[in-house]
Design a protein around this ligand. Structure first.
Ligand SMILES: [Zn+2]
Length: 119
């Protein structure tokens, strides 16, 4: 899986649906207090590679620490499909939780574990 493809994703109840253009490279799992609890597996993409297709009104937002990242989750089923934030250089980015992609095999991906807890 090294070429950029358009993938479909959703929350568990289906209220939130999106598509994302990604090669599924550079995935990370993080041990920070937030990512670890939610089991997020993140793929960082530019905003123009991400399209929310349904559910803007179904989303709530969680922030913590510096509040630089808006963690968006479904109010009904609680699943976080993505977050909105900025790269260290200030560019907008989307962090997609690839566990919410519906068109790839579960565990048919490799993620690097990073020590976010120590950042
Ligand atoms: Zn939902």
């Amino acid at each position: 899986m090294t070429e950029v493809q358009t993938h479909q994703g959703s929350c568990h109840c289906g209220a939130v649906a999106y598509e994302v253009d990604t090669d599924l490279q550079g995935l990370i799992e993080c041990n920070c207090s937030h990512c670890y609890r939610k089991g997020l597996v993140l793929n960082f993409v530019a905003p123009d590679a991400f399209r929310l297709k349904a559910g803007e009104g179904a989303l709530s937002t969680h922030t913590f620490n510096t509040h630089n990242i808006q963690h968006r989750f479904c109010e009904t089923c609680g699943v976080q499909a993505f977050a909105e934030g900025k790269t260290p250089s200030g560019h907008p980015m989307i962090a997609v939780n690839i566990r919410t992609l519906t068109d790839i095999e579960p565990f048919d991906w490799k993620a690097e574990r990073i020590d976010g807890r120590s950042f």
